[in-house]
Design a protein. Structure first.
Length: 570
């Protein structure tokens, strides 16, 4: 049986690898988060400062450094920032898939374990998130490993070795993103189960080995925290970084978030319904089945299911919410769904859903492509130019037709195979055809290339109100005037810097207006990220302003005008 499980797991991981690896190296970092993370990793390698992450030479306190370290290490090994940024998601995806499948096997049987893995791979958010260069994929690996270890101990144990590994994983999660402690929430349903005589592993609370996991967590966190505290001591700029990352970006951000403020129910109404497809469409069958399990005191459903609800409650209590926050809870949902998957697939209603969902996605792709081809100027505000619109539309048209044809051929006898093939076509087609077509526009590379084509190689550029992708792609001399600083405060410094030496220009969005700039003499570079971008040289300054502006020299101290309360979008 184990041999069959290993063979089926290998096939599942192979299929997942094909989907997750598709398109690796074919696109650059895309906003909102990826360019910032890529720039941080690139500057780690270039500066040699691995302990204190920076963006454009300014401390970046929003997140702990483990993800940046991994991307920087992969960048050093591969020499490709494109590969290094997206590879952690592939690694994490395969790891999470293996953990969920193995835990399902141990809790129930080998067949159920594979169904748990299949359910996870079939979920929209799993593939979507693991193919992105974001922190949450790596965080999901650590939270899943933590939950795996705690379930091995609390449901199948006692197993103190896995209990200690769970603690190590929680520590790695914390230095990846502050919420890495989430696996410990499983103790709440465990205590309920132990109190009311559910079948769980029991061990005396007086046993000192219960301290093993917390000690392991603290040891991992201390391995980063202590050197960071030592390195930041005595420097005002880095002391501000220390206070920000330890307090402002954790306690304050949770209790009184300053960005992405949403109502309590946002995750349940705006994120879960589509990100957790197709599972959300199966809830009419799943909820009664889970209720029967709980009435029979099945702790294998109570612990991961209770943990899942607590994670959702935790993120819902914070005023700041993003759809990606719920991602660490998805493996637990796949686990308790996979337990019932084989029985659900025999139902006609479930089969209709698995036929309809990819068919609808395919038909929407076809309809959207046809509309864009017939009305290119209607979508120009998003895709910038007609060649990009045509290339993207033709890719979507091909993907949609192949998906629809696949479902038409498999809808009667091979429903699950049809769903898997159609969704595989969608993800792989989007990675190989759509993403490369959009890359230059989405990444900001097209605008930087257009700007460099207009300038002499020796020109020094000053970036005003700059998105990270501009700094990431620029080749040549550059400066900027603060990170997350009020653009209206940046612009006077930029104009003064412009007068300080010949051969300088500034890039700014057209949303910034200043009486010292003559709009007639500004050069339009292009449109990117919903803004038009303009170049200004010394001739664009009105004569009376050239004399009034005192030339300045930009130093690291001057650049540090960032707003500590600004949001990173992550």
């Amino acid at each position: 049986m184990n041999r069959d499980f290993n063979r089926h797991l290998a096939l599942l991981l192979l299929a997942a690898g094909l989907v997750l690896l598709a398109g690796l190296g074919l696109r650059d970092a895309w906003p909102a988060d990826e360019p910032r993370f890529a720039l941080i990793a690139k500057q780690i390698v270039e500066s040699g400062n691995w302990l204190l992450p920076q963006v454009g030479g300014i401390p970046y306190p929003d997140k702990p450094p483990l993800f940046f370290w991994l991307v920087a290490a992969l960048y050093t090994l591969t020499g490709s920032l494109r590969v290094a940024l997206l590879l952690p998601g592939v690694i994490a995806g395969l790891g999470v898939l293996a953990l969920v499948s193995d835990l399902g096997r141990r809790l129930w049987n080998a067949q159920t374990g594979i169904w748990c893995g299949v359910t996870l791979l079939a979920s929209v958010q799993f593939v979507y998130q693991m193919k992105m260069g974001q922190i949450d994929g790596l965080l999901c690996l650590w939270t899943t490993l933590g939950l795996y270890g705690l379930c091995r101990h609390l449901l199948l144990g006692p197993d103190w070795r896995w209990y200690g590994i769970a603690g190590l994983s929680a520590g790695l999660g914390i230095i990846t993103k502050g919420v890495g402690f989430l696996p410990y929430l499983v103790f709440i349903p465990y205590l309920f189960a132990a109190r009311f005589d559910w079948p769980v592993s029991r061990h005396s609370w007086r046993d000192r080995r219960w301290l093993l996991a917390p000690a392991a967590t603290l040891a991992v966190v201390a391995a980063w925290l202590v050197p960071m505290l030592v390195a930041t001591a005595g420097n005002a700029e880095w002391l501000a970084y220390r206070n920000d990352i330890l307090f402002h970006q954790t306690l304050t951000r949770f209790a009184a978030s300053w960005s992405h403020v949403k109502p309590f129910w946002y995750l349940f109404s705006n994120a879960i319904p589509w990100l957790w497809l197709p599972i959300t469409l199966l809830l009419p069958w799943l909820v009664p089945a889970w209720w029967r399990d709980l009435r029979q005191k099945d702790a294998r459903i109570l612990l991961p299911g209770g943990w899942l609800l607590l994670v959702l409650l935790f993120f819902s209590l914070s005023s700041g919410k993003r759809s990606l926050y719920i991602f660490p809870a998805l493996p637990a949902l796949a686990l308790i769904t996979g337990y019932h998957a084989s029985r659900l697939l025999s139902r006609a209603g479930v089969q209709r859903i698995l036929v309809a969902l990819p068919l609808i996605i395919g038909l929407i792709s076809v309809a959207g492509a046809i509309y864009a081809l017939m009305n290119p100027h209607q979508v120009e505000q998003w895709l910038i130019n007609v060649p990009t619109i045509i290339r993207t539309s033709l890719a979507l048209l091909a993907i949609g037709f192949v998906m629809s044809g696949t479902i038409a051929l498999t809808r009667r006898r091979r429903v699950m195979a049809g769903y898997a093939i159609a969704m595989g076509i969608f993800w792989i087609g989007a990675s190989l055809l759509v993403a490369p077509a959009l890359n230059d526009i989405r990444s900001g590379k097209a605008l930087i290339a257009a700007m460099q084509a207009k300038l002499e190689p020796a020109t020094e550029i000053g970036f005003v109100a700059w998105p990270e992708q501009f700094l990431l792609h620029w080749q040549g001399k550059e400066t900027h005037f603060g990170y997350r600083r009020d653009p209206k405060q940046e612009l006077p410094d930029a104009l003064s810097w412009l007068t300080a030496a010949p051969g300088r220009m500034i890039l700014l969005p057209d949303t910034l207006q200043d009486p010292c700039l003559d709009p007639v003499l500004l050069t339009t570079v292009g449109r990117a990220h919903r803004r038009n971008w303009l170049l200004a040289d010394l001739s664009a300054l009105r004569p009376h302003c050239r004399q009034a502006l005192a030339p300045i020299v930009i130093s690291d101290a001057k650049r540090d005008g960032q707003s500590r309360g600004a949001d990173s979008g992550s």
